[in-house]
Design a protein. Sequence first.
Length: 148
Amino acid sequence: MPKPKVSPASIGNADDIEAAFYDALQSGDIEKLMACWADEDDIVCVHPGGARLVGAGPIRATFDAMFSNGSIRAFADKVRKVEAMSASVHSVLERIEVLTDQGPQHAYVIATNVYHKTAQGWRLVAHHASPGTPREMQEISDTPHVLH
């Protein structure tokens, strides 16, 4: 039995919107992806090596173009968060699976996702992604590692 589609409006927090965003990328569902974004004129998206896209129209057009080649197998790894009452900023190391003639390969992206709590619930207001390498997947941090 197929899973029912969940509207981001019924989702409770920024983590849920982020999960819905990456799920929409993996399923190539433009409607579900755009439902994650805030209904604001100044939402912003920057793809690796790309221009700054402002507003739902240009953002939708670029994801539509990407989805014309199939879904995007992007996985959020090593998420770091800074949260406030009505904002949440997630620094994400993304692992992208790319199918090549030599078989599946991995590409890496460093992304920042910014969420605001709006009248419609938590929504994405900015996604800024930069090219990465496997080296970036090995995070440099001064946060102590604690074993339990």
